[in-house]
Write a protein that binds this ligand. Structure first.
Ligand code: PGA
Length: 249
């Protein structure tokens, strides 16, 4: 049985200001520093303009910094975008790519995400690639096909298989309080591993969608689930820490 260290990623989305970002990140870093041994890796993904102050707030702790997106180019005339080397330059080690909010609102299709994955890895970042079916796709019985296709197409032909994380986030479960049953989650994790092929057994696959301290214990009870991508519950130190505390030691 391969050992995959669990990972809890907070996706702050377009939330927090300078002061609230520090009030959120600092207690998490201080809590992490006090723990004798953490059962998992910890990552905070604030909006881009807060990467530097959040990086400062978590300095010296086990908490790592991640971004919510990056461009596929290293630099150039891309107004409003940010590149992978720029993220590395301000201390990022992870980047979320292909979140459903970006797929839906900005027309980000899987082949574009594959280019971003390549750029992120080249810069030294670990991409967290999001996949997941919509409510309609679920109702039409298309979930498996959609997830398989998204996994295949969102990864470049050649990539570092040791440096990639997949997050399964059913779109209908994001911010709704709804969730698939744990057996369904585990089954989808297996499907994702099968789709990844030979390295599926060693790749971390996270679950995302309404994860909270109240349901994290049951989600982590499956050995298929390597952690969580957390939205709203990650916007308070208690919410984030409450989830981390549910990771079995
Ligand atoms: P949620 O968001 O935890 O608020 O459902 C998860 C996500 O979008 O990553």
């Amino acid at each position: 049985m391969p050992t995959r260290r669990r990972l809890i990623v907070a996706n702050w989305k377009m939330n927090a200001h300078l002061q609230s970002a520090i009030s959120l990140a600092k207690p998490i870093a201080e809590w992490a520093l006090k723990q004798a041994g953490l059962p998992c890796d910890l990552v905070l993904c604030p909006p881009s303009h807060l990467l530097i102050p959040v990086g400062e707030a978590i300095k010296g702790s086990a908490v790592r910094l991640g971004a919510q997106d990056c461009h596929w180019a290293t630099h150039g005339p891309f107004t409003g975008d940010i590149s992978a080397p720029q993220l590395v330059n301000v201390g990022c080690q992870y980047v979320i790519l292909g979140h459903s909010e970006r797929r839906q609102s900005y027309g980000e299709a899987s082949p574009m995400i594959a280019r971003k994955v390549e750029a992120a890895q080249q810069a030294g970042l670990t991409p967290i690639v999001c996949v997941g079916e919509t409510e309609q796709q679920k109702e039409q019985g298309m979930a498996q096909r959609v997830i398989e296709e998204q996994v295949r197409q969102s990864l470049p032909d050649r990539y570092d298989t040791k440096n990639i994380v997949i997050a399964y986030e059913p779109v209908w479960a994001i911010g709704t309080g709804e969730q698939p049953g744990i057996d369904d989650i585990a089954q989808t994790m297996k499907l994702i591993r099968d789709t990844l092929g030979a390295h599926g057994a060693t790749t971390r696959v996270l679950y995302g969608g309404s994860v909270a301290p109240s349901n994290a214990g049951s989600i982590f009870s499956s050995s298929e689930v390597d952690g969580a991508l957390v939205g709203s519950a990650g916007l308070t130190p208690e919410g984030y820490i409450g989830i981390v505390e549910k990771v079995p030691h």
